[in-house]
Each structure stands twice: as structure tokens, then as C-alpha cells.
Write a protein that binds this ligand. Sequence first.
Ligand code: ACO
Length: 315
Amino acid sequence: QRTGRITGTGSCVPDLCITNERLSELVDTSDAWIYSRTGIHRRRIAVDETVADLAAEAAQKAMENAKILPEEIDLLLVATCSGEMLFPGTACQVQARIGAVRAAAFDMNAACSGFLFALGTAWAYLKSGIYEKILVIGAEKLSRLLDWEDRSTCVLFGDGAGAVVLEADGKGIVGMVQHADGSRGQVLTCPEGHKAAENSSSLEMEGQEVFKFAVKKVPQCIEEVLAQNGTAKEDIRYYILHQANSRILSGAAKRLQEPEEKFPMNMEEYGNTSAASIPLLLDELNREGKLQRGDKLVLSGFGAGLTWGALLLEW
Ligand code: ACO
């Protein structure tokens, strides 16, 4: 049975680090408030770097890690909701930068679920035999969509990119579930980028509604993907969840009756990087040598749309 296996990971974050203390000079907030409610201490903010810059560097590192050349890539997907250009898309900009001359390239937007949905799309292409080698990137610069005077949202997000190389193989992705509920989309919204830049409005969120949605739907879809593939929770090494908020992850762990140690977190360093958060964390774990071939992992994304889903894979 043909599937897709992750053979390399890479990531890139901007240089500028903004701590909670620094933010409290800009808006009426504090490190204690932010950390206790979100698990975030600092985030990276892109000043000069574009989404394509971050994505291209993450992609280069993932290709080096997978030991493949850019011209071997058949398809390049970028999950983003914050690309600077409506067109050409970020994926095409990255394709040109890295020299993936044979690759088809396009962007996908499912907000914070974007990377998970892009990985699922890549998997479908590999399973069907259409492509052999796919680069899947999650890259965001949400800092440019935020109202930096709104303390209820500007403290939550950060910029960055993560990438994986997915290759056709007999082992790897086992199964996935994906969901959307557009009827609840109003709880987390952002207008088109250029309108945000004109300050007409920016990212808006009903925080508690998003919180309730996430702690309910994330465990549900994880249970669903495990049941669908006859896998027991005890067999899972790590649950690699979108890094929105440590309390959401703790809540999910509790509902699943799984130990929190199985839910690695790095939002303390990077904040919520939307579609970049899962591949950023995956790259960190990979480079720290925490993933062994054969480990079973569950990836789960959730966010605006509303959208959510989970994917089961063997490392
Ligand atoms: N600093 C200090 N006080 C603040 C801040 C801040 N940064 N932001 C809001 N407050 C105040 C509010 O004004 C309010 O004050 P009031 O009681 O005087 O009116 C008080 O804190 C409580 O506000 P709530 O919005 O009720 O705070 P809550 O405890 O719900 O925490 C939070 C807000 C952290 C956003 C929470 O709702 C949450 O974690 N939601 C999940 C949303 C999330 O993670 N979104 C990420 C994007 S979506 C995604 O990635 C899926």
C-alpha cells in the first residue's frame, strides 16, 4: 500500500524577539496575565522578512535534512493565510527561490489548520500515484494582520515557517480526518490583507468561543482518527497539536486521559504561529533526536473557518 513518509523537516523564524515585558510597554498587559492564560512568554516578529523568505529558508533546510535536490520536488504546497501577495502565490515565490523547477506550486488557506490540511492533500497525491516527492510548508506573518492596540489579540501570535518533505513510501501516514463548520466562522475573522493594512479592521476573535471549540473538537477528532485506524492511545508517542495556547492543549490531554508529557509545546518561545506551528514543532523534535523511526504520532490542527482535523502517522 503506497503512502507518504516524512523524510525531512526544516524551520525558520525571524530574528526579532518580542517578550511579554516589551509588549506591556505597548498595551496594558503583563507577562503574568499572558503566560498564565496562554503559556506564551515571547514571540518572533518579522520586520524585513516576508512570508516567502521564511518559507524558502524552512524549505531549504527540509530538503537538506531529507537529502534531496530541489529539482526532484514534484509539488510544492504552502499553507498560509498571511502571504503579502494575492498573486503570485507564496508557493510560486518559494519555488523560484529554491529552484524547484519541475514542481507545480500553489497556496492553501485553512488558517491555523492549513498545514494539516496541506499535508492531507499531499498524502492524497502520493497515495494516488500522481506525485513522488512533495514539499509541504506552513508559513505565516500574522503580525501584519494584527491590531497592535488590541491587547486581547496582539499578545497571542508570532511569525515563522516550518516545512516537511513527504515522499511516496510503503510506510508513513496511516490516516486522517478533516472537518469544517463555516456556520461558526464569525468567531475568528480577518479581512483581506490589504484592507487590514489600511487599518479598516484586522484579526478579530471571540476568545472564549474559540477556546470551547478547540477543547471539544480536538480530542474528538483525535479519537476519530485513532478509531478509524484501529490504533490505541497507549501506542501514540506524541500528540503534536497546533500551538495556540497551552491551556487548550492541557484541556485536550485531560479529555483524552493522556499524560501532558505526550503533548510537546513550544508556544512559550514562538506564540501562536498559525499554519507554521505544527511543522515548527515537528522540526524541533526531529532535530533534538526525539523522534525514532516507527514512532506513532498524531498531528492535530484547528482554527478559523472553523476548521479542524487530525492525522495519524508512523515516523
Ligand atoms: N492583558 C491583560 N488583560 C487582558 C488582555 C491582556 N493581553 N486581554 C484581555 N484582557 C482582559 C479583558 O479586557 C478582560 O477584562 P474585563 O474583565 O475587565 O473586561 C479580561 O482580561 C478577561 O478577558 P477574556 O477575554 O474573558 O479572557 P480569557 O480568560 O477568556 O482569556 C484568551 C483570553 C487567552 C484569548 C482565551 O479566551 C483563550 O485562550 N482563547 C482561545 C483562543 C486562542 O487560543 N486563539 C488563538 C487563535 S485561534 C487558533 O489558533 C485556533
